[in-house]
Design a binder for this molecule. Structure first.
Ligand code: NAG
Ligand code: NAG
Ligand code: NAG
Ligand code: NAG
Ligand code: NAG
Ligand code: NAG
Ligand code: NAG
Ligand code: NAG
Ligand code: NAG
Ligand code: NAG
Length: 436
């Protein structure tokens, strides 16, 4: 019997599609709002008793309208038989035909339904009804997908929040430590999926960490739902120009230290991640913020490099390193040494601090010293301060004393005066016979 009913109905439908229609049936539904898993009953009401009602459906975006099921009126004592079991159908009368979707799913969204009724010999088509599901908001995702993000100071970072499909579409707001920063975001939505891209620039002075949250709000009649997603942030900074203290004192890059004095250097820079430090000096290299060292005459330079290795925005990989350098030029101070005693007169030899001269000779002796700062050099007993001793007409053996003195002022204000002396003995030789 099933086959003959189907064949018969199909024949009738074809016949009446060609013949056109009049007195259109009306399609109504029993609910205003359709949700996933809820039911909906479509009812086709005709102006006069119909013989057959068929239900047609067109999927969203499709050209093709398919016949889903057909109901046939027999008599008031029998339910209307259908040509298949695609839907639960029944008739209240020869003018009221209903079919239900028991449990709506998202595939039903966007489907257009209409019924066609055979009345007498005329086949007529109802208005169409499109199923528009209400989708409450169910989830919210923030990108990057990490619990801690690493934006860089003064550099734009993009955070993105995406909602699950919702209808009506959800709104999205942004908070940074509970301050509304939604004005920094660009909101858009496609087919019920809302998205907001936040262009975040950490540039508040001293701001190093906090939270970024996005809040999605959904409202439909009495349903409202607010979801939030958040991420902690650590703001990355390049290292600042390093500063060095010596024995806890701030210093300029040109400074004086006495030779062999042990000093404690401390290099300091700001940045995030925390800076590391590398020292370079003529004696070698070392790492860490602290350096204990001494300086000798030829190794008065030392430099500190502060560096940090930045992370990528999501914190997973390391990005580029930033580094800054400070070079100190150290003036290494040392006390005088008398390096040489010599004479401008080539005939005079000074051997073992002793010179031999002829009585009555005029002599000069130059006292040379090495010191930093340069020493004041003079001869004891000579009226003028000069490194050159001039003696006119030497008569007797004598001891002359050269003295070199310098004053060293160090970076910390420590002042020290050093002096050194050297004696020269003169042996006076007589040309003939010496008389004393
Ligand atoms: C946040 O700011 C946006 C506009 O920038 C505004 O529409 C929204 O109402 C604000 N939200 C709150 C909670 O103040
Ligand atoms: C960020 O959020 C965490 C919890 O997720 C909280 O413990 C912390 O205090 C927040 N930080 C700020 C700066 O609001
Ligand atoms: C951050 O989000 C998590 C869930 O993603 C939530 O449990 C937590 O309470 C949120 N924290 C704040 C401060 O909003
Ligand atoms: C000087 O530095 C030492 C460590 O080297 C520290 O213990 C001390 O507190 C510092 N003194 C001052 C005045 O900063
Ligand atoms: C710092 O010194 C360490 C050890 O000498 C070396 O491995 C590292 O590459 C140096 N870093 C920089 C930035 O110079
Ligand atoms: C200078 O040389 C001395 C001795 O060679 C060494 O101990 C010291 O560390 C050096 N200092 C610097 C800053 O190079
Ligand atoms: C430098 O010397 C001080 C005291 O003499 C010592 O406490 C400190 O550990 C030393 N630091 C380094 C890096 O050698
Ligand atoms: C220098 O004088 C010292 C004693 O003052 C003596 O021992 C030494 O032999 C002398 N040297 C020469 C080269 O005369
Ligand atoms: C030379 O140094 C000594 C101490 O080393 C000091 O007593 C003396 O006064 C100094 N002489 C001069 C002229 O500075
Ligand atoms: C230099 O000679 C004086 C005496 O004239 C003496 O007191 C002193 O010790 C001598 N100095 C040296 C370094 O020989």
């Amino acid at each position: 019997m099933g086959f003959s009913v189907v064949n018969c109905i199909c024949f009738i439908i074809e016949l009446f599609v060609l013949k056109g229609y009049k007195a259109s049936p009306t399609l109504t539904v029993d609910v205003n709002d359709v949700f996933v898993n809820s039911g909906i009953t479509l009812t086709c009401s005709t102006s006069s008793p119909a013989i057959v009602v068929a239900w047609f459906m067109r999927d969203e975006g499709s050209e093709e309208e398919k016949m889903v099921i057909a109901q046939e009126w027999l008599d008031a004592n029998q339910p209307c038989p259908t040509d298949n079991n695609a839907m639960d159908c029944f008739c209240l009368s020869a003018q009221v035909y209903s079919c239900s979707i028991k449990s709506v799913n998202s595939r039903n969204d966007g489907q257009s339904w209409r019924c066609k009724a055979l009345i007498g010999e005329v086949y007529s088509v109802s208005n169409s009804y499109t199923i528009r599901l209400i989708f409450p908001l169910t989830s919210l995702t923030i990108l990057p997908e990490t619990s801690v993000a690493y934006p860089v100071f003064n550099v734009v970072s993009t955070f993105t929040c995406i909602t699950s499909l919702s209808r009506p579409v959800a709104s999205i707001q942004w908070l940074n430590d509970n301050i509304n920063i939604t004005h920094l975001a660009y909101y858009s939505h496609i087919d019920g999926v809302a998205r907001s891209d936040l262009q975040f620039i950490p540039n508040a002075n001293g701001y190093i960490a906090g939270n970024i949250s996005c809040v999605a709000s959904y409202e439909f009649k009495s349903i409202s739902n607010i979801l939030s997603a958040n991420i902690s942030i650590r703001v990355q900074y390049p290292v600042s120009n390093p500063k060095v203290t010596i024995n806890n004192l701030s210093i300029s890059t040109d400074l004086s230290i006495r030779e062999d004095r042990l000093v404690h250097l401390n290099c300091f820079s700001t940045g995030y991640p925390q800076p590391s430090y590398n020292w370079t000096y003529s004696g070698g290299r070392s790492t860490g913020a602290f350096l204990n060292c001494t300086f000798t005459r030829n190794n008065g330079s030392v430099s500190c490099k502060a560096y940090n290795v930045m992370r990528t925005f999501d914190g997973i990989n390391s990005a580029e390193a930033t580094e800054k350098n400070i070079a100190l030029k150290i003036n290494v101070l040392y006390p005088p040494v008398i390096t040489k005693l010599s004479s401008n007169d080539k005939s005079i030899e000074i051997i073992n601090s002793t010179i031999r001269v002829q009585r009555g000779d005029n002599i000069n002796i130059v006292c040379t010293s090495d010191a930093n700062p340069l020493a004041t050099v003079f001869w004891n007993g000579q009226l003028i301060d000069s490194p050159t001793l001039n003696v006119i007409s030497v008569q007797h053996d004598a001891v002359w004393t050269c003295q070199a003195t310098n004053t060293m002022t160090e970076f910390d204000g420590v002042i020290s005066t050093s002096n050194v002396t050297r004696n020269v003995s003169a042996r006076v030789l007589c040309k003939n016979r010496c008389t004393y």
